[in-house]
Design a protein around this ligand. Sequence first.
Ligand code: NDP
Length: 247
Amino acid sequence: MENNIKNKVVVITGASSGLGEAAAKHLAELGATVVLGARRFNKIEKLAKDIQEVGGKSLAISVDVTNLEQVKKMVDTAVQQFGRVDVIINNAGIMPLSPMDRINVAEWNTMIDVNIKGVLNGIAAVLPYMKEQKSGQIINTSSVAGHKIFNGSAVYSATKYAVRALTEGLRMEVKQYNIRTTIVCPGAVKTELLEHITEADIQQANKDYVGEVGISPDSFARVVAFAISQPEDVDINEIIFRPTAQE
Ligand code: NDP
């Protein structure tokens, strides 16, 4: 059976570490051409080279997802180089958790900018191409925290609930163009995500928990590959996965 991944052009944001990096490697192994977006160009450039050295197809493009022009340029470049864009994985995100009474307003704003506006920018950049192609798939990374609110996750959860809302709204509007949408909601996965928590006590508590139950980013890579690999008339709308040991 064809895997329906081979030769697809897949743009992945947040590809410089964690879930995005794992997805890029796995999808490239399965025959996709992967376009890697993130701000740390040295990391995605190295990943692109590593993929090419084992026979894969890849391109690294520096992007800040909060900047619509940069996101459009990344997608335009992907289309110029490879002729089309089949999938975007809007995966870049940050999680500076803190209780609201610590009033970290700048972090609230950055989370909204990266986790919500960054996803919207990705959608805005690919939709004209996918409508024209009459095919495509938009995969947005939400979270278990997009289904349930934890102590200290109010704003982060709000952004991840928003990702689910906008993806479901998008699904109903773009099915007429044969565009699939997929929400992926991971639980605790061991990545760099906790490094940006500025509140020392909150960071330590989360590191202790994820250190104990967290699973490998390969889990995410397998999930997105499953969603992409379905026949075009099958849309995996949402997947929640978490460590077996997680609450
Ligand atoms: P990492 O911190 O390892 O990766 C985050 C990625 O996002 C990096 O590649 C980073 O690249 C990129 N990024 C952050 N800000 C920007 C920006 N402004 N523009 C472009 N890229 C940006 O964390 P994860 O891999 O864990 O996180 C990936 C996604 O998964 C996030 O949306 C996160 O919320 C979500 N998630 C993670 C879970 C987990 O347990 N790990 C659980 C549930 C959801 P760079 O810094 O180079 O720009």
